[in-house]
Design a binder for this molecule. Structure first.
Ligand code: NAD
Length: 549
């Protein structure tokens, strides 16, 4: 691992240390460090503090007119000086989150080959089958705590972006460090470049992946099997987060590996937890109980089914039977209302297919089933029409409207539409951020059901406890912890998530709860230390310059 406290004579010297982003301080090197590290003359003479450097970064950042330029600028900083990058991201999280994550990271992935500057993480290609162990060992740090891996097939709601999806693992791991204090030296982004079925990318001369069709069937499964087993052997402590795999693989791979590997799928479990947290916090506004909700999911894929399953677990914990809980969840997919009477239902939809005549029109469905909450996970922009949202407002005093599809361009409705078409009565959270809106003279601050409230904290809890596996109950715990952190003041202004500025505190609280659960569920070798909070504090990466002298 990178030992930030290494003695000065063990550090790389001269221009070499300037090219080590984890060690470099740029103009932040002190006079004495410059002398001892042979840096004199290689830097302009003025020594700046990290705060002064950050002020310069923010000035340049705000001068960029275009969000993609801001993304490129920040990634370039990450490639030069990670301490300054994280100092900036941590202090300016509200500004940085939409750039390094949805929506701008989506744009960056669409352009990845064109804006490519410097590789980050590992690219493992279909042609590397049989050789994955060697590639993993090429990674310079043998101590890895968290891996985020994708095969690029369902990047946000943007579809198959092949190897250009690498922006997602890179971005998510930046959030692990910024939001939960995981040491960046112990984070590893991985792209499984098993081809792409996106013909446009095959034709693009600047595509960075292998321009061939995706591996499918047993070839795909064998490749993933080799990857998982080699990760376990090379990085035995690592937590593996699956990210943006397509519907056909996401739940299947989760079910295959969840009992034998320290892994989870953020699109299923992280999304479920952040949405459940939103529903739990909404109770304080609606004065309805969780069991009073009738959820209508628009989209019956990875995210929707995951949310419904965790909602069912939450109700079971409250004493309801699985069947009773499932009957409170309804789904609409591309063929209309998901009903038992439909032929050829996929296995994941079956528990949520109820006896009902087939229906196709969304407004008709809303008026018939009368849901209390409408959750968009379809990737179909503008699908929550004015009549649909007006019907939600007619049927409920406080309708819940969560258009979760990402990025912003894919959202089922905008915040402004949701508030104005429900007379300002809806409880709103979206997948990508929206600016505050004023409707009938009242200003609303839209919430964001951002997975970053969940996965960094769960990951930190798993890393510090070394839990063997990551069960669903940890996500239930995370959802409860997150919703309990929403203050009365936030609730009174309609907010169902804590401010992003408090995300490090949120992650730590989730980590503490998750680690304690690992212990009580018997999922770890050791025992949790009495002073768990201090134990976690000691582990946390802090974006400050080490004095090398
Ligand atoms: P998916 O491909 O697994 O599922 C999409 C579902 O939408 C499928 O069931 C499909 O049948 C359905 N669908 C497609 N067209 C439809 C139509 N016209 N009418 C009704 N249903 C239709 O994708 P997913 O992983 O479930 O993700 C869906 C969306 O949710 C994406 O945009 C993703 O970015 C977003 N998402 C947001 C968050 C978050 O904000 N926290 C987390 C995860 C996923």
């Amino acid at each position: 691992m990178v030992d930030y406290k290494r003695r000065i004579n063990e550090l790389p010297k001269g221009s070499q240390i300037l090219h080590e982003p984890l060690l470099n301080k740029g103009t932040g090197f002190t006079v004495r460090e410059r002398e001892e590290l042979n840096l004199k003359g290689l830097l302009p003479p003025t020594v700046l503090t990290i705060e002064e450097q950050k002020a310069r970064i923010m000035k340049n950042f705000h001068a960029k007119q275009d969000d993609l330029e801001k993304y490129i600028f920040m990634i370039a900083l990450q490639d030069r000086n990670e301490t300054l990058f994280y100092r900036t991201v941590i202090d300016e999280i509200e500004t940085m989150m939409p750039i390094l994550y949805t929506p701008v990271v989506g744009k960056a992935c669409q352009q990845y080959g064109h804006i490519f500057r410097r590789p980050r993480g590992l690219f493992i290609s279909a042609t590397d089958r049989g050789n994955i162990n060697t590639i993993l060992r090429n990674w310079p740090n043998p101590h890895v705590d968290v891996i985020v891996v994708t095969d690029g097939e369902r990047i946000l709601g943007l579809g198959d972006l092949g190897a250009h999806g690498m922006g997602i693992p890179v971005g998510k791991l930046s959030l692990y460090t910024a939001c939960a204090g995981i040491d960046p030296a112990r984070c590893l982004p991985i792209m499984l470049d098993i081809g792409t079925d996106n013909e446009e990318l095959h034709k693009d001369p600047l595509y960075i992946g292998i321009p061939q069709r995706r591996l499918r069937g047993s070839k795909y499964d064998d490749f993933i099997d080799e990857f998982m087993n080699e990760v376990k052997s090379v990085f035995p402590d690592a937590l593996i987060q699956f990210e943006d795999f397509a519907n056909i693989n996401a739940a299947r791979l989760l079910n295959k590996y969840r009992n034998d590997f320290r892994m989870f799928n953020d699109d299923i479990q992280g999304t479920a937890a952040v949405t459940l947290a939103g529903l739990l916090a909404s109770q304080r506004i609606t004065h309805r109980k969780l069991q009073d909700e009738r959820l209508m999911f628009y989209g019956a894929g990875t995210a929707g089914i995951g949310i419904a399953q965790l909602f069912v677990s939450a109700l079971q914990k409250n004493g309801f039977s699985e069947d009773e809980a499932q009957r409170k969840c309804w789904f609409i997919d591309s063929q209309g209302l998901v009903v038992k009477e439909r032929k050829r239902l996929t296995e994941s939809k079956m528990p949520f297919a109820h006896h009902h005549s087939p229906m196709h029109n969304m407004l008709g469905i809303i008026n018939t089933i009368k849901p209390t909450a409408l959750i968009g996970v379809s990737g179909q922009p503008q699908s929550f029409s004015q009549p649909v949202l007006e019907a939600m407002a007619r049927n409920n005093d406080r309708p819940i409207v969560f258009p979760l599809s990402n990025p912003t361009s894919m959202s089922e409705c905008t915040a402004e539409q949701a508030y104005s078409w429900t007379d300002g009565r809806c409880i709103f959270a979206s997948g990508s951020p929206f600016e505050p809106v004023t409707v009938n003279g009242k200003t609303f601050v839209p919430g964001q059901g951002n997975n970053a409230y969940i996965f960094p904290g769960v990951g930190l809890g798993v890393v510090v406890s070394r839990s063997y596996v990551v069960p669903d109950t940890m996500f239930l715990t995370a959802a409860e912890t997150l919703s309990a952190m929403v203050t009365d003041e936030s609730i009174s202004s309609g907010q169902i998530y804590p401010p992003l500025a408090s995300i490090r505190e949120v992650s730590k609280n989730i980590a503490v709860a998750v680690a304690r659960q690992a212990e009580s569920d018997g999922l770890m070798d050791s025992v949790i230390p009495d002073n768990l909070n201090q134990h976690i504090d000691k582990y946390l990466y802090k974006a400050v310059y080490t004095d090398y002298t």
